[in-house]
Every structure is written in structure tokens, then in C-alpha cells.
Ligand binder design. Structure first.
Ligand SMILES: N[C@@H](CCC(=O)N[C@@H](CS)C(=O)NCC(=O)O)C(=O)O
Length: 215
């Protein structure tokens, strides 16, 4: 089997790639790197990804980092698999734009190294760190709820009736929100789409607690 995913069960960026691989029916092996134990900063892993992030995907001799780049690679390198980007440039732009609300503008503010920095360098206590986390989740979900409710291309999923990159980014962000006790009740459209995604085996199998390294 050619595909090897470097991941961690709780990593939402890795979770995105697991969903995409499952939707595409591409078999893959996993190699876990325990983030809390700092295994992603070990020299051997920095040789794979000098940024010290999971995920990274090895496809034979090809090594790709950054979850959205990995998913777009899979889309292009395996064109006979189910698509996670729609057909037209306008539709693809909408899907990428929704995905970027999570992947570009929210997740980078709330990942492990930022939370560690707030704690160890800025001395913020747990309540302040949670307030930070919730602050950026609120901006994210307020914007997504407004867009997904108003825009006519929203369907059963974020875009139409099939899952796309936008849903792939949304679902792990909702898992993060729940883990940090963020109230999702003001977001009925977002949660309707979440429920639609969770009805699919490809999303369920990618869940953090179902991974071999889950604790
Ligand atoms: N933009 C990157 C973000 C990757 C990322 O932040 N990964 C997190 C886990 S979700 C990580 O490895 N964090 C390590 C750290 O913060 O020290 C992607 O989409 O792949």
C-alpha cells in the first residue's frame, strides 16, 4: 500500500485528510506522532516536516505537508475517485472559501502551539485560554452560519448534496468546539450539515476516538 499518513488522533488537520482519504476510498496506513509528548518535534519527524506539524502524507516517494494541499493533491493525483471539489471554477471558489474560514482563519489561532504559548509565555490561566479559544470559534461559526443559511448553493452539505472540502474542514472544527465546551446551539444550519456528514461512514471512521492511537 503506497499511502502513509503521519497523523495524531486528536489533530483536526489530520482528521481532514482521513475524511478525504475515506471519501475517496483510498487505503492508507497511519503513523502516529504524539503531539502532547512532543514527538512531532523529534529530529526524525522534523526531517519529514520541518514545520513540526501533522499531517504529512507519503505517497511512495512523494511527501506532502499541509492538509488542504494534501487533499488537493489527492483530488488531482487520483482523478477516478469521488470528487471533493465541484466542477466549475465558481463552485470550487465557494468551497475553498468556506474551507478557508476554518483552515486559514480559525484553526491556526487555536492549535496546540498557540495554546502552549498563551500558557507558558504569556501566563494565561485556563479560563483565559478558553476565552481565547471560544472567541475565534464564535467568529468562525457566526460567519459560517450566516453564509450557509443565506447562500443558495448550500444543500444537504456545505455545497450541494455531496460532501466537499468545506465539509471536510467543518466537521473536525465542530469536534474541537465540543471538546472545548463551546455552545453550538446558535448554529442550526452548521449543525444540520454536521449531522448529514456524520451519517456517512467516511466521516465516522475518521473520528479521533476511532484511530489506532486514540487514548
Ligand atoms: N496548516 C496546517 C496546520 C497543521 C497543524 O496545525 N497541525 C497541528 C495538529 S492539528 C500540529 O501539528 N500542531 C503541533 C503544534 O502546534 O505544536 C495543516 O492544515 O496541515
Amino acid at each position: 500500500m503506497a499511502l502513509l499518513l503521519h497523523d495524531y488522533f486528536r489533530s483536526s488537520a489530520s482528521y481532514r485528510v482521513r475524511i478525504a482519504l475515506n471519501l475517496k476510498g483510498l487505503p492508507y496506513r497511519q503513523q502516529a506522532h504524539h503531539l502532547v509528548k512532543g514527538e512531532h518535534r523529534a529530529p526524525d519527524y522534523l526531517g519529514i516536516n520541518p514545520q513540526g506539524f501533522v499531517p504529512a502524507l507519503a505517497d511512495g516517494d512523494v511527501l506532502i505537508t499541509q492538509s488542504v494541499a494534501i487533499i488537493e493533491y489527492l483530488e488531482e493525483a487520483y482523478p477516478d475517485t469521488p470528487r471533493v471539489l465541484p466542477a466549475t471554477p465558481v463552485e470550487r471558489a465557494r468551497v475553498r472559501s468556506l474551507a478557508a474560514v476554518v483552515a486559514a482563519d480559525t484553526h491556526p489561532l487555536n492549535n496546540l502551539r498557540i495554546l502552549k504559548y498563551l500558557q507558558t509565555e504569556l501566563g494565561l490561566d485556563e479560563a483565559a485560554r478558553t476565552a481565547w479559544y471560544h472567541r475565534w470559534l464564535k467568529e468562525c461559526f457566526d460567519a459560517l452560519e450566516a453564509r450557509l443559511t443565506a447562500e443558495p448553493d448550500t444543500g444537504r452539505f456545505c455545497h450541494g448534496d455531496d460532501p466537499t472540502l468545506a465539509d471536510i474542514c467543518l466537521v473536525p472544527q465542530i469536534f474541537n468546539a465540543r471538546r472545548f465546551a463551546f455552545d453550538l446551539s446558535p448554529y442550526p444550519t452548521v449543525m444540520r450539515i454536521f449531522d448529514a456528514a456524520q451519517a456517512l461512514d467516511a466521516f465516522v471512521r475518521a473520528e479521533p476516538d476511532r484511530q489506532p492511537d486514540a487514548e
